[in-house]
Design a protein around this ligand. Structure first.
Ligand SMILES: [Zn+2]
Length: 280
């Protein structure tokens, strides 16, 4: 399995890697910062630049048969990234040969927008759960808008204005966003599984990536307790704690101003809320 570097550090937009499998116009790398489509977050795009086509000299006998020398300095667009058994990068041309060294460069404007929208979704899910007991049942984000489906009969205009104000207060609070891994059994025993949405994950996942918003600020040895905002939670009870493999900004202040654009019914006691973020 490709080492998914974006899970450990989502702030990196450029990296080097080795081609492990070359499949016509797709490649598998030993490591990648390209996020594959998943969890309502679209894949990253960008380029792969071939810096050394030599590698171990192995070229797949029945495919990608271009001479390695032709591939040096080639720059290929990464048009799609999907994760099935591993992470596949779709390219706009013939994949470099196995063993080639490549430099990946993400379209950072797109990725950063996804990180802002995705982190904002965490806030929205938490606010809807706290204020309306409305569970999130679906979400989809883009680089310029996002929507979230929640179990609720109908949000009024006042409700939406309150939600928007609450989200913007959380942005203004500049809450830290951090993540760590946790054994699933421990997480199920110690955390609120509905709130963390662990119950939605396939049972095959035994180690969870937990994402926390708030809480770290008032952890022991961190900041003083003075002026602690109750919205921020504390180390044992952060504002939000979710099992998530997406990419996030490091602080809610990077999200920028939130505008709740409106709601539509999805039938069956389900509401869709749409929002946008101001350009930063
Ligand atoms: Zn997330």
């Amino acid at each position: 399995m490709t080492d998914q570097l974006y899970l450990a550090d989502s702030t990196v937009g450029e990296f080097e890697a080795t081609v492990e499998r070359s499949l016509d116009e797709r490649v598998v790398l030993d490591r990648t910062h390209f996020y594959p489509t998943g969890g309502g977050q679209p894949n990253d795009t960008g380029t792969l630049h071939v810096v050394d086509a030599g590698g171990n000299g192995t070229v797949d006998a029945d495919g990608g048969g271009d001479a390695a020398s032709d591939a040096v300095d080639a720059e290929l667009a990464v048009t799609d990234v999907e994760k099935t058994d591993t992470v596949y990068h779709h390219l706009d041309g013939a994949a470099p040969p196995e063993g080639a060294r490549v430099r990946g460069v993400l379209d950072w404007d797109r990725r950063h927008a996804h990180m802002r929208y995705h982190t904002a979704q965490h806030l929205l899910s938490a606010v809807l759960l706290d204020e309306f007991d409305a569970r999130t049942v679906g979400n989809q984000l883009y680089a310029d808008r996002a929507r979230l489906d929640a179990e609720h009969s109908k949000f009024s205009e006042t409700d939406l204005a309150d939600v928007e104000a609450h989200m913007n207060a959380l942005v203004d609070d500049a809450l830290p966003v951090r993540h760590y891994t946790m054994d699933r059994e421990v997480a199920e025993a110690e955390l609120d599984t509905e709130r963390t949405r662990i119950d939605l994950l396939p049972s095959s996942i035994t180690e969870l990536r937990i994402v926390e918003i708030g809480g770290a600020r008032s952890a022991p040895g961190n900041a003083s307790a003075e002026g602690t905002d109750p919205r921020a939670g504390d180390a044992d009870d952060p504002f939000d704690r979710t099992a998530c493999a997406g990419t996030h900004v490091g602080n809610t202040d990077a999200i920028g101003e939130v505008t709740v654009e409106g709601r539509t019914t999805q039938g069956g006691e389900k509401e869709r809320v749409e929002f946008t973020l101001a350009d930063t």
